[in-house]
Design a protein around this ligand. Structure first.
Ligand code: DGT
Ligand code: CA
Ligand code: CA
Ligand code: ZN
Length: 576
């Protein structure tokens, strides 16, 4: 939808006006409009076509015109005019945690800092601490915060890579130049971020396939254009609506090398090196064209053949990280990994009662349409003020509404829970009597991220040990490109969870992926149960489950390890 793209532009306009010191009222009106567009469930393109843009609450004639302009031309002239007033790079400064328009204005106009690199250099040379509003602590934090932004910019979120892959696959299929097409690389292995997208294809006419690839919508640059390999840079909007680019490699394979190519270009590099070493010991040479013994080809057409020629079972791509998977494949002990179709529900779903954008009933319907048998509603508790947390009374008042929904739905159950804040010392934000009344409780940290390691660990351990807490939400609180993990002895938290029978979340919000796959694997090995949730704030976010499951597979989890694959009766027992 164009909604996010326009919202991102309005919000950038607000920031630019703010930096330029323009009228607060105008800044606020763009901010408000951006929020309206983000929470709008209708597609703005439909509203423009129906001539109903000015009916969006909070959008006056001037803003309606800009929305129409973007939908019809793909640009907002006013946005571009404002952008021209800024050296490229200045707006990147706003992506740094701790920097708002006021501080960016000072950095740019008083110190002449116009991009992340010069800002980092200035912070390292301690040039900022004397500036009003900065100080020593801010300066120290900035260096790490800038690194996080740069890491975030260098790699795409998995959800965005998936959209790029889908668009390319559809575009190439529509061009009718390829007989076969599939994504390999880190995307196929479901890494939480993707450096570049690797696409493999089979084509009778290679030149025609290459040409079609170079002409795909969004191509901004052709970096290489050969018979077997074409490399492009593609523009796309990330899931938050911000414009970005990504490199895409297309490799055109011979049909009898398809399996070899798929195996080779899926990686990981470490997995491939281990495999090749094993092959060499058996006198087999392996490369992207096939497997060969004494110049004789023994495999290559299918990926299975590349493994079976070494007496190995086929290894799921998510496991190919050289973490012991080849030994398991050699002895037929590969785990039966959890699959998307095993998932019976989602515990972490917000509604418009707090910071979600859709009513409870809409989220419930969307979950039911995914074929789930339950959904857990987990809105914020009162201390989560920025997220519009609910009082205990408000939380409990929804019980009747949920009972009514459950009375009228066969085979589908709404569980009414909470995402309850963990307070400074590990106490819960709602009293025990309230937590007991709810079907389940996710406990999460949303404040005091900088507590020292010992205190932070004790805080999470206390929450995990609270008998009313069922799931520890996004345990490290890291956000890719924004905020590092809290200082924590994760092993101690895992032990506490295993002991207390509290599940640990794998939050599949694209920025969070928290726990990530190595952490989740450690949690499983410590005896914990995991809950793979989307932390949805809109019904469209429920689709993130695919990536949560991908990450769970990277952690070698089986359905037994994942709470939300269990039958509802067993789940009820667990949360009781
Ligand atoms: P990325 O793009 O940073 O997210 O990670 P990958 O894993 O997609 O890495 P990429 O795009 O450089 O290469 C794709 C796959 O191709 C990689 O996973 C394994 C294979 N590959 C690339 N270069 C080499 C190499 O020098 N040796 C071996 N054995 N495999 C390679
Ligand atoms: Ca790649
Ligand atoms: Ca690549
Ligand atoms: Zn949360």
């Amino acid at each position: 939808m164009k909604n996010e793209e326009i919202a991102a532009r309005f919000s950038e306009i607000a920031d630019m006006l703010d930096i330029l010191g323009e009228d607060t009222f105008r800044v606020l009106s763009y901010q408000r409009a951006a929020r309206q567009l983000e929470s709008l469930t209708e597609n703005v393109e439909d509203l423009v076509r129906a001539g109903r843009v000015d009916q969006i609450p909070g959008i006056g004639a001037a803003l309606a015109e800009k929305i129409t302009e973007y939908v019809t031309t793909g640009r907002i002239t006013y946005h571009e005019e404002l952008r021209a007033k800024f050296p490229p790079g200045v707006l990147d400064l706003l992506k740094v945690r701790g920097l708002g328009p006021k501080k960016v204005k000072i950095l740019w106009q008083q110190l002449g800092i116009t991009d992340l690199d010069t800002l980092k250099a200035a912070a390292e040379k301690h040039l900022l601490r004397r500036v009003k509003g900065f100080g020593e602590k801010t300066e120290e934090n900035l260096v790490r915060a800038i690194e996080l932004v740069k890491e975030g910019q260098a790699r795409a979120f998995l959800v965005d890579a998936a959209r790029v892959v889908d668009a390319i696959t559809e575009g190439m299929k529509a061009s009718k130049t390829v007989e076969r097409i599939e994504a390999a690389g880190s995307f196929r292995r479901m890494r939480e971020t993707v450096g570049d997208v690797d696409i493999l294809a089979v084509a009778k006419n290679r030149a025609a396939a290459g040409a079609a690839f170079e002409r795909l919508p969004g191509v901004v640059e052709v970096l290489a254009s050969g018979e077997t390999k074409v490399v492009i840079r593609l523009a796309y909007h990330d899931y938050e609506g911000s414009p970005r680019t990504i490199q895409v490699d297309l490799r055109i394979l011979d049909p009898d090398s398809w399996g070899a190519g798929l195996q080779y270009f899926t990686g990981s590099k470490d997995h491939n090196i281990r495999l090749r070493t094993m092959a060499e010991r058996r006198g087999v040479k392996m490369n992207e064209y096939g497997a060969f013994r004494d110049e004789k080809r023994i495999a290559g057409e299918t990926e299975e053949s590349m493994y079976s020629c070494l007496d190995l079972a086929w290894i799921p791509p998510e496991m190919r990280e050289d973490q012991g998977e080849i030994d398991l494949a050699a002895t037929n002990r590969l785990p039966k990994l959890v699959e998307l179709s095993d998932i019976r529900g989602d515990f972490h779903v917000h509604t418009d009662a707090t910071d979600g954008t859709e009513p409870l009933e809409a989220m419930v319907d969307a979950a039911r349409h995914r074929g789930y048998s339950f959904v857990g509603i987990s809105d914020h508790s009162v201390s989560a003020t920025v997220a519009g947390g609910m009082t205990a009374d408000q939380a409990l008042a929804r019980r009747d509404r949920v009972r009514a929904l459950n009375r009228n739905s066969k085979g589908f159950t709404v569980l009414l829970g909470t995402e309850c804040d963990i307070l400074d010392g590990g106490e819960m934000d709602y009293p025990d009597e309230v937590l007991k009344e709810l079907d389940f409780v996710i406990a999460s940290v949303h404040s005091r991220f900088t507590l020292p390691r010992e205190a932070q660990t004790a805080r999470l351990v206390a929450a995990a040990e609270n008998p009313n807490v069922d799931i520890l939400g996004h345990p490290t609180t890291r956000q890719i490109g924004w905020r590092g993990p809290i200082e924590l002895d994760l092993d101690a938290v895992f032990k506490a969870c295993a002991r207390a029978g509290t599940a640990i979340e794998m939050d599949a919000d694209p920025r969070r992926m928290d726990l990530n796959s190595p952490q989740a694997r450690a949690a499983k090995n410590a005896g914990c149960t995991l809950s793979v949730d989307t932390d949805s704030h809109a019904s469209a976010n429920l689709t993130w489950m695919r990536f949560g499951v991908g990450t769970a597979r990277r952690a070698w989890l089986t359905p037994a390890d994942v709470l939300n694959t269990w039958p509802l009766e067993k789940i009820r027992e667990f949360v009781r």
